[in-house]
Design a protein around this ligand. Structure first.
Ligand SMILES: *Cc1c(COP(=O)(O)O)cnc(C)c1O
Length: 345
């Protein structure tokens, strides 16, 4: 890996971060806070949240087996995705390389930040070739984007190929593991010490069933995390979200039950759809969704909309022609989908 001082944008490397009122006192017990122009009324919401979310990171660190100083928390993974561009890429000069098809936000954030986005198509089994990704890089490539299990294809990428990219590429490698909890593979977040250029993304939005509270996680070296911390908005995760997430993590039983329920439903739904005559292929999945290739995706999609059922038509995505992406719902939602699809003519 190149030294971080060469990978980080020069203005960010030099940046003096905003110092909040509460950053400045430390080491003393205090009970009168007249430093931040907050209201004395309406506790606890009158106070600014902890900018570094220490309590939540401590709990999350235990749960995830990661040191709190290796965790960044943001307003969804989307915040971390955007921060990767803002910290590491110089607009109109640097570029990034990503697998395709994959999650759309990597490209949107590249466009917003005016950074060239190079995509490298997966093979027929939706697998990535480390060699092909590396071949698409040049001296201005700062970041490689991978997503495993991948969206919209649903499969995990081969571990050896991911490792090859991590070892061979001198810049930053982001591995988006938004769906890792649905997969049997071991998360790369346990291997930060081995790969100093690795950023692993996870989220509360999928297996942790909390898309509405907007909480995303990045796991990386403490040097990379401190760069994120200095660029992020000071109070990027609000009090309500921090409290909620902290309490939610205590309820391990519910989290585990929700997860195993979705895995069971995934099998049932895939099985049911694979028997339909117009379904050409139900793709295997390591996530809480799967692709199904049908005869006429647009017609099936429109029909389902008529029935009040919304799935994602991915027909226009490269390699996904005539594919619908179906999220695993509750037993009754899934049964409604199966019933409707059986009646499609
Ligand atoms: C859903 C999803 C996310 C989650 O984004 P949030 O902003 O945390 O809700 C991240 N990456 C991928 C690949 C996803 O599919």
């Amino acid at each position: 890996m190149k030294p971080l001082s060469e990978l980080v944008r020069p203005n960010i490397w030099k940046l003096e971060p905003y110092s909040s009122a509460r950053d400045e006192y430390s080491g003393h017990e205090a009970h009168v806070f007249l430093d931040a122009n907050e209201s004395p009324h309406n506790a606890p919401y009158n106070r600014y949240p902890d900018p570094l979310q220490r309590e939540l990171k401590k709990k999350l660190g235990e749960r995830k087996g990661v040191n709190p100083e290796n965790i960044f928390l943001g307003n969804g993974s989307d915040e971390a995705i955007d921060l990767v561009y803002r910290c590491f890429t110089e607009p109109r000069k640097d570029n990034v390389v990503a697998i395709a098809p994959t999650y759309g936000m990597y490209k949107v954030c590249a466009d917003v930040n005016d950074v060239e986005y190079r995509s490298v198509l997966l093979d027929d089994h939706f697998q990535m070739s480390a060699k092909a990704l590396l071949a698409a890089t040049n001296a201005h490539t700062k970041v490689i984007w991978m997503c495993s299990p991948n969206n919209p294809t649903g499969n995990h990428l081969q571990q050896e190929e991911i490792e090859t990219v991590l070892r061979s590429f001198e810049g930053i490698v982001v591995l988006d593991e938004a769906y890792a909890d649905f997969s049997s593979r071991r998360s790369f977040r346990h291997r930060l010490a081995e790969f100093p250029n690795l950023i692993v993304l996870q989220t509360f939005s999928k297996a942790l069933a909390s898309a509405g509270v907007r909480l995303g996680m990045a796991f990386a070296s403490k040097e990379i995390i401190s760069i994120f911390n200095k660029v992020k908005y000071p109070y990027n995760v609000n009090i309500l979200t921090q409290k909620y997430a902290s309490q939610f993590l205590d309820d391990r039983d519910t989290i585990d039950r929700n997860l195993s329920n979705i895995l069971k439903e995934r099998g049932l739904l895939q099985q049911a759809l694979s028997t339909l005559p117009y379904c050409q292929k139900v793709y295997p999945s390591d996530a809480n969704f799967f692709l199904v290739r049908v005869n006429e995706a647009q017609r099936v999609y429109d029909y389902l909309v008529e029935m009040g059922i919304i799935v994602r038509n991915r027909s226009r995505v490269q390699m996904c022609d005539n594919c619908l992406r179906i999220t695993i719902g509750s037993r009754s939602e899934n049964n409604e989908l199966i019933g409707a699809m059986r009646n499609f003519k």
